[in-house]
Each structure stands twice: as structure tokens, then as C-alpha cells.
Write a protein that binds this ligand. Sequence first.
Ligand SMILES: Cc1cc2nc3c(=O)[nH]c(=O)nc-3n(C[C@H](O)[C@H](O)[C@H](O)COP(=O)(O)OP(=O)(O)OC[C@H]3O[C@@H](n4cnc5c(N)ncnc54)[C@H](O)[C@@H]3O)c2cc1C
Length: 388
Amino acid sequence: MGPLPQKADVVIIGGGIIGTSIAYYLCKKGVNDVLLLEKSLLGSGATGKCVGGIRTQFSTRINIEFSRLSRKVFDRFEAEFDVDPEFHPIGYLFLASRNDQWEVLKDNARLLKNMGLKVELLEPFEIRDRWPFLRVDDLLGGSYTEKDGFAGPYEVLRGFTSKARHLGAVIREGVEVTDIQTKKGRVHAVETSTGERVITPLLVNAAGPHAARVAAMAGLDLPVRPLRRQLYYTDPFEDVPPHLPMVIDLEYGWYMRKEGQGFLLAGPQDSESSFNQEVDFDGQEWTARRSLHRVPILERSKIAGGWAGLYEISPDHHAIIGPFPELPGFVCANGFSGHGFQHSPATGILVAELIVEGEAKTLDIHPLRPQRFREEDLIFEPLTAFRD
Ligand SMILES: Cc1cc2nc3c(=O)[nH]c(=O)nc-3n(C[C@H](O)[C@H](O)[C@H](O)COP(=O)(O)OP(=O)(O)OC[C@H]3O[C@@H](n4cnc5c(N)ncnc54)[C@H](O)[C@@H]3O)c2cc1C
């Protein structure tokens, strides 16, 4: 592989969907000395565990704007990156069984419509008419966005990575950043597991669930915690309905979508933070119980296997994007709270603008600044696929 460069204009820590997107958009803006360091394999973190959901249904303007900007990129992805992102427009259906959840869906629908986006609020009988395999007797209603869907995380990662490399980015696997050095109050260099040091004025923390550890290397407090989520899939199932949206049950933080001729079923998420990525029997049992409750025909299917991944949760379930005022040269792109895949194009565009032009121009990312936590200026997102 050869030695690492001794210096770089920008060092990106982490080769998931966020780091590779930022690398690509930086190169596209003409920064030609970008070094991305990934401690393991590209995409081996949360990105490789993710189910690829892409939705407009969020509760805050900033999240919806991120979805809208990212969707523009997904829609012309193949033309820009020569890779088919495998987008499946299956639609997204959120289900509410309690008044507070139903109010959230109604508020969201108003916001989406105000922003010119299409969303349908459905009564339980309307849900049953469209998707007869769903149990609806405990529901108050649902909200449906037919143009949402899912895409392939590896395909999108491959697009960002190959184009970034083509434009000159150096992307190295198997190199861990082990320490961050500062000089005169700003970022100066990174130490790595190979024993080499790379001098840089600018670091991007794109370490996903490990983001707090990376920030701590620079003495910074970043409130991002890892949270395990288990997922299971069924054997091919001859009764799988032809039209199956992504279904998210807000009551349990359970969701499902079609995967080939079977189902992909959300398992439980942990209540305590950890880096544990095992699947376990209790998780499988939880999944079977929740899935049978909502989709009784699953009685005739069989869970074939599963995996687990780590969400990177921020206290208000919004990304943390921007520089730390106390350490010039340290930029965060973290805390995506379960929606980092779908927001990766927007994040790449905006972080590149921030670095090259001094501020994000396409969208105002001030609400996502790292210091919002100590300023107690949070922007809570209730519409997540997990409960905490
Ligand atoms: C089960 C599950 C389902 C999900 N479903 C969806 C979904 O439907 N839609 C959606 O939008 N999002 C979803 N997500 C969230 C999404 O996967 C993440 O938000 C996204 O992948 C985060 O990307 P990332 O690049 O920040 O992190 P990662 O992919 O984790 O990449 C970070 C990388 O940094 C590397 N790294 C860490 N520390 C260092 C270091 N010191 N030196 C060098 N490298 C380092 C890691 O090895 C890792 O590869 C899901 C997540 C999970 C766990």
C-alpha cells in the first residue's frame, strides 16, 4: 500500500457512507489533497448494517430539507456515479396506536404539505383496504408517503468511493487514527495505528458510533452514543404481498420491509449504550412477537437469520454537523440517529461547502451545530425507527 502521505489538506476519520460522501464532495469542490482513514474495511461500520431506508417523513424542517436535498442526488445517482443505487420506491407507512403518536403524524403531515411534499393520512380501515395483511384494530391511523423507499448502502458507498478516488482522494483501509494532536489551540496532526503521523489543519470526524471516542482524542465532549439494533430476515415466503411498503410501528419501534421474496424484520434495540453487535435469542423472540402482532400471515414464515448494528444516537435525534468553536480545524459529521444513510448526500454537500467556502450555503445548518447541547437549544425529532 505504501506509506501514508506526511500531510493532507483534510483528513477524514471513518470510511462509512458519511466519510466517503464528504470525501467525494470535497474533491468535487477542488480540494485535491483529501486523505480518508478507515480503521477496518470501508462500509464495515453502521453503513454495512443499515436497511437503506429513504424517507421524507420527519418532524423538523431541517430533517426534511436534508431528505429533499439528498433525494435529488439519489434520483440522478447513476448518471453522476456510474453506479445503480438500487432505489426501490416502495413507500413508507408510519403507524400510530396512541394519541400522542397520531398527533405527531398529523403535525408532520401539515409540515410536509407546507413544504410542498405529498403525504396521506389514513384511517385504520383505509390501511386495511390497501394492505389487508396488516392488523389495524389497535391503530388510530397512519401516514403514508408513496415516493419514499430504500436503496443499497453498499452501492451508494461504492459510488462515493470510486468517484472520490477518481478525483484524487487517498482512501486507506486498515489504518486507525489513534490520537489527535493540537498546536497553538488548533488541529495539527493525527497519529495512526501504523505508527505514521499525518500533519493536517483540518479533521473531519466521520467515525459513526465511535464519534465520541474520536472527539475525546482531541479533548472534546461529543454526546453521541452507540446503541445496538438487531435485525432478522425470513426465508423466502410464497405469501409475501406484492406491494409492501416500509412499515414502521411507532408504539414498539418495530419496522419491516420486503427483502427479496421474504421479509426483513426489525428486532429490538438495546436500552443501554454499548459496542455489542451480537444477535441473540431474546432478540429473535421479540421480533417474532412484534411481527406476528402486526402481520399475522407471518405465522407461516420462518426466521432464517439476522445481524446487529450500532445506531449513533444524539440527545435530540438530529445530526451534529459543524466545527467545534473551542478547537479550530475539528469538524463533526456525527450523531445521525438512524438516518445517516439517507442524509449522506446532503451531509457531503454541506460539509464540503462549510470547509471550502467557510459556511454551508445550500441549507442553513446552524440548528445542527455541536454547541447546541450546552446552549440547551435542542431540536427534538420524535419520528425515529427506535425508542429511547
Ligand atoms: C440496524 C440499522 C439500520 C439502519 N437503517 C437505516 C435506514 O434505513 N436509513 C438510514 O438512513 N440510516 C439507517 N441506519 C443508520 C445508518 O446506518 C448510519 O446513520 C450511517 O451508516 C452512519 O454512517 P457513518 O459513515 O457515520 O458511520 P459508519 O458506517 O459506522 O462509519 C464510520 C467508520 O469509522 C470507522 N472508524 C471509527 N473510528 C475510527 C478511527 N479511530 N480511525 C479510523 N476509522 C475509524 C469505523 O470503522 C467505521 O467504518 C441504520 C443503522 C442501523 C444500525
